[in-house]
Design a protein around this ligand. Structure first.
Ligand SMILES: NC(=O)c1ccc[n+]([C@@H]2O[C@H](COP(=O)([O-])OP(=O)(O)OC[C@H]3O[C@@H](n4cnc5c(N)ncnc54)[C@H](OP(=O)(O)O)[C@@H]3O)[C@@H](O)[C@H]2O)c1
Length: 275
């Protein structure tokens, strides 16, 4: 298989979208939110038909977890129906589609990495809406790559979140504020630059299906001072936060068995070393 000749990118100003634009090798036609809204079915079909890509990468999402709880309709509109609009339009244009999903489709209590064959069971609206998106993409377009990742961070920052976790910690530390960080969550921070590179490799395989793609090291929230070389006295771990959305997230790390079947090299942890 060779890389797609022309790829259409949706959500191009986001964290992952920005790094896809940096790393993509091949023609990439990019659309930001104000140029293509995945919730607008007619517009999505028209743009994809006019661009005639071989591959569509959909990075658009409504992903502030707390907002999704408040506004579940919007979460399903963007993350599920929007994903279907893109997958339908890609199918009609004879294009493959990449849909980015999340470790939030799992409850987080397994105690070891979730693999692609584990049964999802989201605990919040965000995870449920992304899982619905996965199902709709799978139903709509047989030529799909559904890629679950975790705790994305990149130079562009997550516009929807007012910056990513690393940026927030750095900003607060620079301002001399004590860092309040949950200590009962484990995640796998994943550089969007690394994920973007892996998406390019995956897109060249033609091996459609479900993949877990993350960097390689577990990260406990309270260890953020190691990430940013912060003075430890600035860090004030908060154990047992009372927000029920988060308390079951321990070990919410994704195993990457399907990538290994393709004999892909793992992408390293966020500091450049395989765990
Ligand atoms: N961030 C994470 O920790 C994380 C973890 C796992 C998986 N993911 C998934 O990875 C993907 C990329 O995340 P990211 O961190 O790069 O997010 P991001 O920085 O917020 O980028 C998402 C982009 O999508 C755009 N967008 C939002 N709604 C849209 C719509 N209705 N139509 C078209 N574009 C729309 C946003 O534009 P505006 O900002 O202008 O609205 C933004 O540019 C998402 O699918 C997300 O669910 C994220």
């Amino acid at each position: 298989m060779t890389a797609p000749a022309r790829t259409l990118l949706i959500g191009s100003r986001g964290q992952l979208g920005s790094d896809l634009r940096r790393v993509w090798d091949g023609e990439l036609v990019s659309f930001a939110h104000d140029e293509l809204d995945v919730c607008d079915r007619d517009q999505t079909h028209a743009v994809i038909a006019n661009t005639a890509p071989q591959l569509v990468i959909n990075t658009a999402a409504y992903h502030r977890v707390d907002d999704c709880e408040e506004n579940g309709g919007r979460a399903f509109e963007v993350n599920a129906l929007g994903a279907k609009n893109v997958a339908d339009a890609a199918r009609e244009a004879a294009a493959a589609v990449i849909f980015i999903s999340t470790d939030y489709v799992f409850p987080g209590d397994k105690g070891s990495p979730y693999t692609e064959t584990d049964t999802p069971m989201p605990l919040n609206v965000y995870g449920a809406s992304k899982l619905a998106g996965e199902h709709l993409v799978r139903l709509s377009n047989p030529r799909h790559y559904i890629v679950r990742s975790s705790s994305l961070f990149g130079v562009a920052g997550a516009s929807g979140k007012g910056g990513n976790f690393v940026e927030t910690m750095l900003r607060q530390a620079k301002a001399g504020e004590p860092l309040r960080v949950v200590d009962d969550q484990v995640s796998t921070p994943t550089l969007t630059y690394d994920l973007a590179g892996k998406l390019q490799e995956l897109a060249a395989t033609g091996r459609y299906g479900l993949y877990h793609v993350t960097n390689s090291r577990l990260h406990a929230g309270a260890n953020v001072e190691n990430l940013a070389a912060m003075p430890a006295q600035l860090v004030n771990p908060q154990v047992g936060v009372d927000d029920v959305l988060y308390v079951n997230e321990i070990s919410c790390r994704l195993g990457r068995n399907h990538l290994q079947f393709l004999a892909f090299e793992a992408i390293p942890n966020h500091r450049g070393h395989e765990a």
